[in-house]
Design a protein around this ligand. Sequence first.
Ligand code: ZN
Length: 297
Amino acid sequence: MNLSVVNHEDYFAKIGDDHKFPINKFGELANYLIKKKIVKKFYKPYACSEETLKRAHSEKYINDVKNKTLDQNMIKKIGFPLIDSVIQRSLVATGGTVLATKLAIKNGVACNTAGGSHHANFDGGAGYCVFNDVAVAAKYLLDRGLAGRILIIDLDVHQGNGNAEIFMGDKNVFTFSMHSKSNYPAKKSISDCDVELDNDMEDKEYIKVLKYFLSQLNEENFDFVFYIAGVDIHFNDRLGKLKISDEGIKKRDEIVTENFFSKGVPLCGVLGGGYNKDFDKLVELHSFLHQSCAKLI
Ligand SMILES: [Zn+2]
């Protein structure tokens, strides 16, 4: 069987080549996955419906984004201009994660080629995140009885503060975030489990800590897992402050995906952040998620 991967050409938005966010990575990652024969053909998502979105976001926020009536300060906090292609990409990438969850339930594992917008909370976006795709998809699964107890395992270098806030006090969703202590956001929210790493942490120690917490998480009975596989933990990332190598990221993705797949827990992998100084390397690092999952199928 082939790995199910969701992609859409609208993941790219016209924010300009001089923008700090490497938006071209979405198209290049799709090309790379096909060229390397990791994926044969992509599943194409629809834009997420308002009905589905509003389980994780306020109607006011959704409408302010769609109608471009969002407050200037809130737009600034997001870091993208509020233009048609950004709105469209946010809706389609969220629809993409929802579709990937359905494919994960069917096949055991599935991925999006975007997603992991973990800084967006109920009332607004932040840090290049407009809609919180993972939160929306988790609510979608719970609403339909497709999952009862969900784990969000977030290994992006930044804390998953949006998910921490949206699911605070929600016993059905466990938020786990392992991130750099000194990276954004300066003021961290409280996840169900936060692991704060010191700057300059290298592979060996990182993998050791990861394995310890995975063994703890394995004590719980989750029936669905979202994996936010941010590659901004790489030593050559422009924003991340950890010092993990290519091999370290590859190993991390293999360990996490294998851990849940072998236990029969459906896993949906999403991209998370990545701002490597080397663009080709960035695309390759993001592909480790899909390569790890393809190996399991
Ligand atoms: Zn990040």
